[in-house]
Design a protein around this ligand. Structure first.
Ligand SMILES: [Zn+2]
Ligand SMILES: [Zn+2]
Length: 325
């Protein structure tokens, strides 16, 4: 099979011809039909996440077709989604209390397990997700992380009426639609002068879009920070009202600059979102077609994975980038 391989962090992915993977116990062999490109892939490739499997195939928003293995949940020929959470121990305190996203032994697709920047992959079918029929493969891919993590972030932000989204990429473009369907008011904060992202936000129902480091147009009840930039934490705290929550949705962020306690005072909360549970997946994929969430995607052939990653890095993708093997 063709695959894009990370030999060492900090180096571009290498196009390679590899043997098809063999499914182990409870794994399915999946033909990859589409794989979303996530900012987390960039953090892995750049070496910002410790100890990846090497060599590694990144990619954790996989839409594919079962070609072998498994049988207890998915049949041959069935479409499956393979998300970031690839395996958990099932017995630790976190796993037993509905918080498998925090399992110390968890393994993640495209990080400790080979992922979807390839023609085939294997995945534990207990962690695969059934996908709503309404979505073609390419449009479904960004639901699997951008959508899922965004959904979890939105839940953890509480029932805020006035919601700020900091960084308007793949995840925010989905969350904005869910938030609008729930009757919330959405404010989009982007890099200064990022007209394309601001335009997309306004098209998707945001009532305001502007510079993330400038003043907010009015007080917010909650904020979700998707961009990996620590300076957005004090900026977001400045924008939210007393009792409001600021959620950091990314897996990696530059250092948060020190800020006066006054910004946190008034029972404001700063918290992170880590990974996802299978229950998040079931809930969000049932919800998405009801909203209905529409995903904006920019497809790339597998061989152009490095270019797709650079475009995500530079914030040049409208919506989400998706590789098509
Ligand atoms: Zn566990
Ligand atoms: Zn992701």
């Amino acid at each position: 099979m063709r695959a894009m391989v990370l030999d060492e962090p900090g180096r571009p992915l290498r196009a390679a011809e590899l043997a098809d993977p063999e499914p182990g116990p409870s794994q399915v062999l999946v033909r990859v039909d589409a794989c979303g490109v996530c900012r987390t892939d960039l953090h892995v490739v750049d070496g910002e996440l410790a100890d990846p499997k090497l060599p590694l195939i990144v990619g954790h928003q996989i839409v594919g077709t079962v070609e072998g293995g498994g049988g207890s949940r998915f049949e041959l020929g069935e479409r499956v989604g393979v998300p970031w959470l690839g395996w958990t121990c099932g017995v630790c305190r976190y796993c037993r209390s509905g918080r498998e996203n925090l399992c110390d032994e968890a393994r993640f697709t495209g990080y400790q397990l080979d992922g979807g920047y390839a023609e085939r992959t294997v995945a534990d079918e207990r962690f695969c997700i059934a996908l709503p029929l309404e979505y073609p493969d390419v449009q479904a891919a960004p639901l699997l992380c951008a959508g899922l993590i965004g959904y979890r972030s939105l839940r953890l932000a509480g029932d805020a009426e006035r919601l700020g989204l900091y960084g308007f990429g793949a995840s925010a473009h989905i969350v904005a639609q869910v938030a609008r369907a729930e009757g919330r008011r959405v404010f989009a904060f982007t890099r200064k002068g990022d007209d394309a992202a601001q335009q997309l936000a306004l098209e998707l129902g945001a009532e305001w879009a502007g510079d993330a480091l400038g003043p907010a147009p009015e007080e917010l009840d909650a904020a979700i920070v998707f961009a990996p930039s620590g300076e957005l934490v004090p900026a977001g705290l400045r924008a939210i009202a007393k009792g409001g929550t600021l959620v950091c949705a990314g897996i990696h962020m530059s250092d948060i600059p020190s800020f006066p306690y006054e910004l946190l005072w008034g029972e404001r909360v700063v918290r992170s979102v880590a990974n996802l549970t299978r229950r998040d997946g079931e809930e969000f994929l049932a919800l998405a077609p009801r909203v209905p969430v529409r995903t904006e995607v920019e497809p790339f052939p597998l061989e152009r994975a490095n270019e797709a990653l650079e475009r995500v890095r530079d914030g040049e993708v409208r919506g989400a980038a998706v590789l098509v093997p």
